[in-house]
Design a binder for this molecule. Structure first.
Ligand code: CDP
Ligand code: MG
Length: 704
């Protein structure tokens, strides 16, 4: 077909789709059984079209695909999934689960015209990069037949029949479409990761499949917790895809390493000098550390006059055009420096050497102190073995563990499910919105401790999302519509009252994207000086507002960003997030207002509005630099990134950061009166510990 002709055919199909595809869901509240009818005149072939002629690349990839372990069980898989509603599939990382199984599902004719197969991924990078890969495998343009959806970014079309999405996004979709009627098949991938959203989806979908007998569910996992999944889903059948790992030789350090970053760099250089060809994969914990290490490895190579090596970073906020570089082939040896993403979510071929310092960033939550933080912590044995496995995909490999064998033996067998280590207020608000009222009896695979549930309900109550009986309020309903933490959505809802919705939208958006300030290792002073120009006297939230305003004034200029050490991509993203949030505001008739920037009240109303959401994240000055957080009474200092140079009596903070020190980050000065005004109930309750109570009482007396 000529290009033009195929474009025409394309148009025809689109038109037809518009005219004829209607998906209706009828919910009958009297009756437990609910029907989903897909009313379409499209045939299966029209919905999932076969091309007359595929590109050369298609056939090249097809040959490779046919080599993947899951292809040996394609017939078995199709037969099984046709005869069951739920199927568990377990297979070694790289066996082809994520990329091939959704295509098999299509081949089996299980995706009804007008509907989709939805594949969840715990990580954004995995969702986007796998969608891109699969659209290439099927010879489509990304975003047409095969699409993706991650928070604040959706790429799909009316033609999309296969969608990769983060588990959080599917959870969100289920809020407006509880029966998930757009899907014929749902695949919960990477189930072994046991993320909070996946765990909640388990419970919700277990219920949906009772009501929708036409919906199929496939649970895919890389490790052998399959027994637990099978039991949870009423003994669903299991398919095991045998791995085809080559031998991986494991090396330990004889003594514990003092600095794992130094050790990692040293090990990479040693491999590059002494070992045969083959790519290297290094596991580190976060973006900054990774970018830094890549630069250091490069420098070391130059200093020692070694052969060139291609170092490539990999972390969750990496933009899609940079992701593909990881999968490209190069003349030089590749060294990929990655977070946990490369542990099971993404398979990179050609890795022969793995460097594993044994740490990852993990969420922890202490319901008593209400502190949720991301901590660099030792990985589990299961993780450690997964990491080693990455070295043996294509040929025998080596894994260098930067810890002793004794330390390995002491690792926890498995990482605890996230639901046991998270603040649950956002997720519980979503559940309540979905009508799951009886949280205690919700079918959790691993139920969270009651104290964590209680804490979450308490926070939602103070934010006005729940009434005294624990029912969701109108405010709560609107809050649940924003893809944000409850504090931020509350702040947005309160913003029209404070006459600053435009400003709050900007602040919420700027807080929802990767850090907008760039601070390169070799020009830190210049970067800090550049940031000073934006710093607001009252604090960091207002600094973010300044940056956004300046960005707009400079017509979003890229060079201007570069010169001012600002991340252009982040601010652009914030801009897009901002418009999405504005649409939600408009949908709920929340007016978009601004005060007069020249009036004295301008910044005060913004700060008061911040307090409306963050009155529970407040710290009080104790002496000099020392603060304590109200309620949980953690001793904290300002994060060095803050532009707040004063030490006001009260500050609100966006984040509690725990490294070698306890920090609060993104700070703004507030007045005690505003706190009490924002939520009298909270500040009048008797439940505060002594130090907090004394501080509140003293400030109240001063108020009078
Ligand atoms: O999900 P599972 O770990 O079982 O495997 P997969 O992600 O489906 O990967 C199967 C193959 O696709 C691997 O050999 C990958 O190298 C390849 N792949 C790729 O080339 N590019 C991607 N973005 C994703 C996968
Ligand atoms: Mg996978």
């Amino acid at each position: 077909m000529s290009k033009r002709k195929s474009e025409m055919a394309d148009k025809d199909q689109k038109k037809k789709l518009k005219e004829t595809t209607t998906t209706t869901t009828t919910t009958n509240t009297d009756d437990e059984s609910t029907k989903t009818t897909t009313n379409t005149t499209l045939t299966a072939e029209e919905w999932i079209p076969k091309k007359e002629k595929y590109s050369e690349r298609y056939y090249q990839i097809l040959e490779k695909r046919k080599d993947l372990p899951v292809w040996k069980q394609k017939e078995e898989f199709i037969e099984k999934i046709k005869s069951t509603q739920v199927l568990i599939l377990v297979g070694e990382t790289g066996s082809g689960k994520t990329t091939q199984i959704p295509q098999f599902v299509c081949d089996a004719g299980l995706v009804k015209p007008g509907t989709m197969v939805g594949v969840t991924q715990p990580r954004r990078v995995a969702a986007t990069s796998v969608a891109k890969r699969v659209s290439e495998e099927m010879d489509y343009e990304l975003g047409q037949e095969v699409g993706y959806s991650i928070r604040f970014e959706e790429l799909s079309s009316p033609k999309t029949f296969m969608k990769y999405l983060t588990d959080g996004m599917l959870l969100r979709e289920s809020m407006n479409d509880p029966l998930l009627s757009k899907y014929s098949v749902i695949i919960l991938d990477e189930a072994h990761e046991r993320t909070l959203s996946t765990d909640i989806l388990f419970g919700l979908i277990k219920d949906v499949i009772k009501k929708r007998k036409d919906l199929k569910l496939i649970v895919m996992s890389a490790t052998l917790e399959s027994g637990k999944f099978q039991k949870y889903f009423d003994n669903a059948p299991l398919i095991k895809v045998p791995g085809r790992l080559h031998k991986v030789e494991i090396f330990y350090t004889p003594e514990p390493e003092r600095d794992y970053l130094d050790a990692a760099i040293r090990t990479v250089i040693n491999i590059h000098e002494d070992e045969d060809d083959g790519d290297i994969l290094v596991f580190l914990t976060g973006e900054e550390e990774i970018e830094d290490t890549c630069a250091k490895i490069q420098r070391e190579c130059r200093n020692r006059n070694l052969k060139p090596m291609k170092t490539l970073p990999l972390y969750s906020s990496l933009p899609i055009f940079q992701q593909s570089k990881i999968f490209d082939t190069y003349k030089e040896r590749k060294c990929i420096v990655s977070t946990n993403i490369a542990e099971t979510s993404l398979t990179i071929d050609g890795i022969v050497y793995v460097v594993d310092p044994g740490f990852s960033k993990q969420k922890t939550y202490n319901p008593r102190s209400r502190v949720e933080s991301l901590l660099v912590a030792p990985i589990s044995k299961a993780s450690s073995n997964q990491r080693a496995g990455r070295a043996g995909r294509t040929r025998p490999g080596k894994c260098f563990r930067l810890y002793t064998e004794a330390a390995f033996k002491k690792l926890e067998p498995q990482t605890h499910p996230e639901i046991l280590r998270s603040n649950l207020s956002a997720i519980i608000l979503q559940l309540l919105r979905l009508g799951v009222v009886d949280l205690v009896h919700f079918d959790f695979m691993d139920p969270p401790v009651p104290e964590t549930l209680m804490r979450a309900l308490e926070v939602l109550h103070y934010l006005g999302a729940l009434d005294d009986e624990g029912n969701i309020t109108k405010v709560g309903e609107i809050m649940s519509e924003f893809p944000l933490d409850p504090q931020l959505s509350k702040m947005l809802i309160a913003s029209p009252e404070h006459n600053c919705s435009n400003e709050m939208l900007t602040i919420a958006a700027m807080l929802s994207v990767p850090n907008v300030f760039v601070r390169p290792k070799d020009s830190r002073e210049d970067a800090d000086a550049a940031k000073k120009a934006f710093d607001h006297f009252d604090g960091d939230h207002l600094t973010l507002l300044n940056v956004y305003h300046a960005f707009k004034q400079e017509k979003e200029d890229q060079t201007w960003c570069y010169d001012n050490f600002l991340n252009h991509r982040s601010i652009k993203q914030a801009d897009s997030v901002r418009s999405q949030l504005a649409r939600i505001m408009t949908k709920f008739k929340l007016p978009l207002l601004s005060g007069d920037i020249n009036s004295r009240a301008y910044y005060n109303s913004i700060k008061k509005c911040l307090v409306a959401g963050f009155f529970m994240q407040v710290a009080k000055c104790e002496k000099k630099n020392q603060y304590f957080t109200l309620g949980d009474e953690q001793s904290v200092i300002f994060h060095p990134s803050t532009g707040l140079s004063r030490k006001p009596e009260w500050v609100i903070y966006n984040e509690f950061v725990l490294t070698n020190q306890q920090y609060i980050r993104t700070l703004t000065e507030v007045k005690f009166e505003w706190l009490v005004e924002a939520c009298p109930d909270y500040f009048n309750q008797g439940g505060f510990p002594k130090k907090s109570k004394d501080a509140i009482d003293r400030s109240k007396r001063l108020m009078r």
